[in-house]
Design a protein around this ligand. Structure first.
Ligand SMILES: [Zn+2]
Length: 135
C-alpha cells in the first residue's frame, strides 16, 4: 500500500503553502455550509476540494510552483498593510507625548519626546543627524 502511494505520487506536485491555504478555506466553507443551507456554498466546497486535489496530483510542476509563488507574493501585501495600520494607530495614540519624524536619508520612522523649540534628531538606524522645529 505504501509502495503504491509512493509510485502514485512520484512525479506529482504534492503539497505547498497555497494548497494548505485552500484546504483551510475548503474546511472553513465546509463548516459554513452546515450552518448556511445554500446551494452555492456546496458548489464552492466542491470546487475547492477538486482544486486542492487537482493541484496536489498535478504533473505540471512548474505551473503549480508559479501559482504558489504568486500566492506568496499577494498574501504578503495584506499582512504588511495591516502592520502599517497598526504602526499608524500606535503613532496616533502617542501623539500627545511624542513626535514622529521620517529620517530624510533612510526613511525610518523616528519617535522623539515632544518638547518645544528646535531639536537635533539622530537616526537610530543610519546615524544621520537632522534638526526639526517643534511647535
Ligand atoms: Zn536614517
Amino acid at each position: 500500500m505504501k509502495n503504491f502511494l509512493y509510485r502514485f505520487m512520484a512525479g506529482r506536485y504534492g503539497n505547498d503553502t497555497l494548497n494548505k491555504f485552500l484546504t483551510g478555506l475548503w474546511l472553513g466553507t465546509a463548516v459554513l455550509s452546515i450552518f448556511l443551507d445554500k446551494k452555492f456554498i456546496y458548489y464552492i466546497v466542491w470546487a475547492l476540494c477538486l482544486l486542492v486535489l487537482f493541484r496536489s496530483f498535478s504533473r505540471n510542476i512548474p505551473a503549480r510552483q508559479k501559482e504558489n509563488a504568486f500566492f506568496l507574493r499577494i498574501s504578503k501585501k495584506p499582512l504588511s498593510l495591516f502592520g502599517g495600520l497598526k504602526a499608524f494607530a500606535d503613532r496616533l495614540s502617542q501623539r500627545k507625548t511624542h513626535r514622529f519624524f521620517k529620517c530624510p536619508s533612510c526613511g525610518t520612522m523616528l519617535r522623539v519626546p515632544r518638547r518645544k523649540g528646535r531639536m537635533n534628531i539622530r537616526c537610530v538606524r543610519c546615524g544621520n543627524q537632522f534638526s526639526r522645529k517643534i511647535r
